[in-house]
Design a protein around this ligand. Structure first.
Ligand code: GLY
Ligand code: MN
Length: 445
């Protein structure tokens, strides 16, 4: 399918993305399809973190631009540290957010001053001006040139510190002042995880869009799949749909696995040429506005499941339904996992030989989902409304070159749960029907 060009524009996806585009002209962070995080939500998040601090000083570091000569920036463009973005809504590299800065609830944001010479290379910076205040809702925005001196002062007032480092380069920025003040900081991660696990309305909106884009990419993968296509061609179609839908990047390396590769859980080489009779396991997630989807479907590359593939597929589907049914407030990932295992044990028959197919379900049923694909949070934290997780049983039979995984995104609600990716076909007949459609986004070969 080359060249990669859309043959038609799925209007629904395009139209919904356009309505999400911010109308405010945010220089230096212009045009994020996810739009700005509402200030009221940013303030509420900061206030909740302050509440959990019990007076401690919190330092949240931003990430740095990658160095094109010594790092591997081809993997992704600049992505802000998740905690920093969650609390400030800012994509500005380098900087610190300080909470309880010299007084209960006081918030100070430090940003790098603008630098015209550097900006020629890496683009316009926001700088510590009124625009940064407008986006973040933080009134006290200072230049990074004041950070060292101010930090020494904050540490004189409060020696109990929690720290979210952002990237490792920030470690050296705080080492000397911490040593001078005799401070051993605690990790802010558990406090931030508690907050980030419960999604607010803007987070659900971003996740919803990431899921919509990812579902359409799954459909396009099915449409372009045919015997002889390379995995990377399908990957290209998927990631075309991602970018065209407003996703800034992949949430994780796209897994486009055919035949024997379906049994490698995190296969991402995507180099093999598909063959008739192969299964095609596609595990992908568009990242939209800093939130990633994570959806897996398994389909027959040539458009029709064999009887054996279908039987095993339906067994995995049943296990997924059992797992999803166990998602409700008060339950947890372990309980849902056991429900899926029980389904496999009761329904495997001799499909996996002498052993139950549960022996071939070799990973956890679920993980949290959000700004990271394996998002923050304790594995067995009881479900609460607003939490988002994946439910993804699988069976892997390497001897038969046969791996099947089905993964959906589930929101915990007061009443139980909502499958946010429910609009993407899971029924084998429905998958086969989409596979018969011509590609919509890319030319066929
Ligand atoms: N989507 C990859 C994983 O959940 O590990
Ligand atoms: Mn997953």
């Amino acid at each position: 399918m080359s060249p990669l060009r859309p043959t038609s524009m799925p209007m629904l996806l395009v139209a919904t993305v356009i309505t999400a585009t911010p109308t405010v002209g945010l220089f230096a962070q212009e045009g994020s399809p996810g739009g700005p995080v509402p200030q009221s939500l940013l303030s509420a998040r900061r206030a909740r973190l302050v509440e959990s601090l019990g007076g401690r000083l919190a330092l949240i570091g931003a990430d740095h631009l990658k160095d094109i000569e010594s790092e591997y920036p081809q993997d992704s463009d600049f992505r802000q540290n998740a905690d920093f973005f969650y609390l400030t809504g800012l994509e500005e590299p380098e900087g610190w957010l300080v909470l309880n800065a010299g007084g209960p609830g006081a918030v100070v944001l430090y940003l790098m001053p603008r630098d015209p010479a550097n900006e020629t290379w890496t683009g316009r910076r926001l700088g510590p001006g009124p625009e940064a205040s407008r986006i973040s809702g933080i009134e006290d925005v200072r230049s990074m040139s004041r950070f060292d001196e101010d930090l020494a002062g904050w540490l004189e007032l409060e020696a109990n510190v929690v720290l979210s480092l952002g990237d490792e380069r920030n470690r050296s920025a705080v080492r000397a002042p911490f040593e001078r003040a005799g401070v051993v900081a605690e990790a802010a991660a558990p406090l931030l995880a508690r907050l980030r696990m419960i999604k607010d309305e803007d987070e659900i909106r971003r996740l919803g869009r990431a899921i919509e884009i990812t579902m359409e990419a799954q459909r396009e993968a099915w449409r372009v799949a045919e015997s002889g296509v390379f995995e990377y061609e399908i990957e290209a179609a998927i990631e075309y749909v991602f970018r065209a839908g407003g996703a800034e990047r992949v949430g994780f390396p796209s897994i486009v696995a055919s035949g024997p590769n379906t049994t490698t859980l995190h296969y991402d080489k995507n180099r093999r040429r598909t063959r008739t009779g192969d299964l095609l396991l596609v595990d992908i997630g568009a990242e939209f506005g800093y939130y990633t989807a994570d959806i897996t479907r398994t389909a027959p590359v040539s458009g029709t499941f064999t009887a054996r593939q279908r039987e095993l597929y339906e067994l995995v589907l049943g296990a997924q339904e059992a797992g999803i049914a166990a998602v409700r407030p008060g339950s947890n990932i372990g309980v849902a996992h056991q429900a899926a295992v029980r389904h496999l044990e009761r329904n495997s028959g001799d499909l996996c030989g002498q052993r139950s197919c549960s022996a071939y379900f070799i990973h956890s049923l679920s993980h949290w989902l959000g700004m990271d694909v394996h998002d923050v949070g304790g594995v067995l934290t009881p479900f609460e409304p607003g939490m988002v997780l994946t439910v993804e049983p699988g069976i892997y039979l390497p001897d038969e070159e046969l791996g099947i995984r089905i993964e959906d995104v589930v929101l915990v609600t007061e009443a139980g749960h909502e499958v946010l990716s429910a609009a993407l076909a899971r029924d084998p007949d429905e998958i086969e029907a989409v596979m018969g459609e011509p590609p919509r986004w890319v030319r066929s070969r």
